[in-house]
Design a protein around this ligand. Structure first.
Ligand code: SF4
Length: 311
């Protein structure tokens, strides 16, 4: 919010377990560290058990579930893993299987051919290189087929209590929307590194799950439920949404496709401008204003930056 005076959000902090700074008076939340502490505190109040929604009992089962969950919902993964683990209860059992053997158990999952191959190869790697035991470090986990940066950190964190803050599509989107990371955080790795700088290490694991669950159920990709969100007072995305003009009735669509509320002109051929958030916006060709409505429905043309990553 460059160019505007620091806002006072009026938040009292330090009352919840896990908030490690004690601040007894109302303070202005202007920095990302303060914003992150507020977000964690508020989400802890709403989310009782910040943990994975994948069903598992052993590190091996978690590793399989995490590999299956790439670009797939946890719900779908949980629907196939009981039969899968019945057929392949151990790493050794899976290491003896071929991708064709595995495929029928995971065919309702996204990318079943690729994942069947990953699982069979991953199990053989664990048997041959780690004596049949799932490795506990991020470095070793990342050597396994089908296990990338995020998946290795999820398994290390959830199964072995390694302090990590994996960034999936939800964490990436929510962190960017709220403004927990800088505008240049355009990859999961950058988001992870920047979050680790503003969140205490002992809160990394909780932060990971809290941001995922918030993104999955409230701050969804297509329609964030800001009306039911406790973070509006610190959220940059919400702040931008408030600056959009309201829809307007009684526009004359036959006079032009667009209507500029600043110069009160109708026009068909819009200009474009880059706004202060570096988002390209439709602008009035007469006065350059970005306060432009679509005459068809009276809705603003202003785009608000969205953040999505795959995986
Ligand atoms: S205020 Fe809206 S955009 Fe911001 S975190 Fe909440 S749901 Fe997401």
């Amino acid at each position: 919010m460059e160019g505007t005076p620091p806002r006072t959000f009026g938040v009292q902090m330090g009352s919840s377990a896990g908030i490690h700074r004690t601040v007894s008076q109302f303070i202005p939340l202007v920095g990302r560290t303060q914003r992150a502490a507020f977000v964690i505190e508020k989400l802890r109040e709403r989310i009782d058990r910040p943990t994975t929604e994948l069903n598992y009992e052993t590190p091996y089962q978690l590793l399989v579930a995490v590999i299956l969950s790439a670009q797939c919902t946890d719900e779908r993964v949980n629907s196939v893993t009981p039969d899968f683990f019945g057929a392949y209860p151990t790493v050794d059992a899976l290491a003896d299987a071929s991708p064709d053997d595995v495929y029928p158990y995971i065919q309702s999952i996204t990318f079943p051919n690729n994942k069947a191959g990953y699982l069979a190869k991953m199990a053989r790697q664990i048997v041959e290189q780690f004596d049949g035991t799932v490795p506990a470090t991020v470095e070793d986990l990342e050597t396994l087929t089908g296990v990338g940066r995020k998946s290795a950190r999820v398994v290390a964190n959830v199964a072995f209590d390694v302090a990590e803050l994996p960034v999936d599509t939800h964490v990436f989107r929510v962190a960017n929307r709220i403004g927990l990371v800088k505008e240049d955080a355009d990859t999961p790795k950058k988001v992870e590194q920047q979050l680790k700088r503003v969140i205490p290490k002992e809160d990394w694991a909780d932060a990971h799950h809290l941001l995922i669950l918030h993104g999955r159920y409230t701050c969804t990709a297509r329609s964030p439920d800001c009306d039911d969100c406790p973070l509006t007072s610190v959220c940059k995305h919400y702040d931008r949404l408030q600056r959009r003009p309201d829809p307007q009735d009684d526009l004359n669509a036959s006079a032009g496709s667009y209507y500029c509320t600043t110069s009160e002109h109708y026009f068909d051929e819009p200009d474009t401008h880059i706004d202060r958030h570096e988002v390209e916006q439709i602008a009035c060709p007469h006065c350059g204003s970005m306060q432009v409505l679509r005459t068809r429905n009276g809705a603003p043309t202003k785009q608000v930056k969205d953040y999505r990553v795959n995986g």
